[in-house]
Design a binder for this molecule. Structure first.
Ligand code: PLP
Length: 393
């Protein structure tokens, strides 16, 4: 038994850096430490070369051109730049449509835009987690300029029909932005074929380092320039100033390259692992999969168990398994998941819902271990409750 505990099942929160990514990054901390903006000497050129190669790989992962990629500090910043940057170049009071199940990076940014005068519609979702395209079309008004719908959800792994959504946006002359932080590197994305105008992504969700991400800004956006939110020096085509994080960018590029090569095989392997995990846990009475009627990313699942104490369960699992209850990204606040609520789950069921996400280095042995632990804990935490109940009687 050489299983390292706790077993990590929270890859939607963050992924480990792939050792091949780290290897690629290391020289850029030491001997290749140049500033990519130093265009007058070899140190700068060397750094710039690393950035150029990474930009090509990041672009290729999503079917974009290298000069359409703006490096940021992560997806949160990319989302802020896209939404605030576009809004700033519009008439005050412009209408934006987004969805109730978006990541807080989008929802909190939209709240801020509302304070700045924007009108924002938060679309509901169907119980499957998908948006209803008719409801979307009905929400479009003559003042609507921007539609923001995430590619794949971080809590449920539900994949939205992005091409159809983009087509609808363009039919009405809207710009289409997607937060593809969970989808990038996991499923094929082609911004041009998909009809995406702006796309946010992050390295640390695809086996790259934390603190680096990118915004894709397509050609169509030129009529509505993305106004910089960080000024000073005019880096990244003046959309995002600041000395480039060269090691981070190089790492993101390598991570993108590996994902491109291994995506198909990896998602097949993880789908088998995840499906087996689900099948085994569904045998438990009162269990369900959230979002199971929609297309989903292969590596993750969100499951609810009726009549348990979810908080105690995840606490009891702590030394064996690392997974998340409600949203990992909003777990700073620990409020029940707005995503599961939007799918129509009761507050009680939301509290008893968990996200399990496998990753590149997850093994069958780990999955089996997790199945055993969860099965036991669900039964124990039900029993405990029933025993308590009888005692009170
Ligand atoms: C993780 C995540 C983000 C935030 O990305 P950071 O790079 O950590 O800022 C945004 N959107 C989604 C869907 C995510 O999963």
């Amino acid at each position: 038994m050489s299983l390292k505990l706790p077993v990590y099942l929270d890859h939607n929160a963050t992924t480990p850096v792939d050792p091949r990514v780290l290897q690629e990054m290391l020289p850029y901390f030491t001997e290749k430490f140049g500033n990519a903006a130093s265009r007058i000497h070899a140190y700068g050129w060397e750094a710039e070369e690393g950035v150029d190669m990474a930009r090509e790989n990041v672009a290729a992962l999503i079917g974009a051109r290298p000069n359409e990629i703006v490096f940021t500090s992560g997806a949160t910043e990319a989302v802020n730049l896209a939404l605030k940057g576009i809004y700033e170049s519009l008439q005050p009071g412009a209408h934006i449509i987004t969805v109730a199940t978006e990541h807080k990076a989008v929802l909190d940014t939209c709240r801020k835009l509302e304070k700045m005068g924007a009108v924002v519609t938060y679309l509901p979702v169907l119980p499957s987690g998908l948006i209803d395209l008719h409801v979307l079309e009905q929400a479009i008004t003559p003042r609507t300029v921007l539609l923001s719908v995430m590619y794949a959800n971080n809590e449920t792994a539900v994949i939205q029909p992005i091409r159809e959504i983009a087509a609808l946006a363009h039919k009405h002359g809207l710009l289409f932005f997607t937060d593809a932080t969970q989808a990038a590197g996991k499923i094929p994305i082609d911004v041009h074929a998909d009809g995406i105008d702006l796309l946010a992504m992050s390295a640390h969700k695809m086996y790259g380092p934390k603190g680096i991400g990118a915004l894709y800004v397509g050609k169509k956006v030129h009529h509505t320039p993305v106004i910089a939110q960080i000024d000073g020096g005019g880096h990244e085509r003046s959309m995002r100033s600041g000395t480039l994080n060269v090691p981070g960018i190089v790492g993101m590029g390598k991570a993108a390259e590996i994902c491109m090569e291994e995506m198909n095989a990896e998602s097949k392997r993880l789908a088998a692992l995840r499906d087996h995990f689900e099948e085994q846990l569904l045998a438990i009475e009162g269990s369900r999969i959230n979002g199971k009627d929609a297309p989903r990313l292969a590596h993750a699942t969100n499951m609810s168990f009726e009549n348990i104490n979810g908080e105690k369960l995840i606490f009891a699992a702590g030394s064996d398994l690392a997974f998340s209850r409600s949203s990992a990204c909003s777990s700073v606040t620990l409020e029940p998941s707005h995503v599961l609520r939007a799918l129509g789950l009761s507050d009680e069921l939301v509290h008893n819902s968990f996200r399990f996400s496998f990753g590149r280095f997850s093994t069958e042995e780990q999955a089996t271990y997790a199945i055993n632990i969860i099965s036991r804990l669900v039964k124990e935490h039900r029993d405990e409750r029933n025993i308590g109940y009888h005692k009170i009687l």
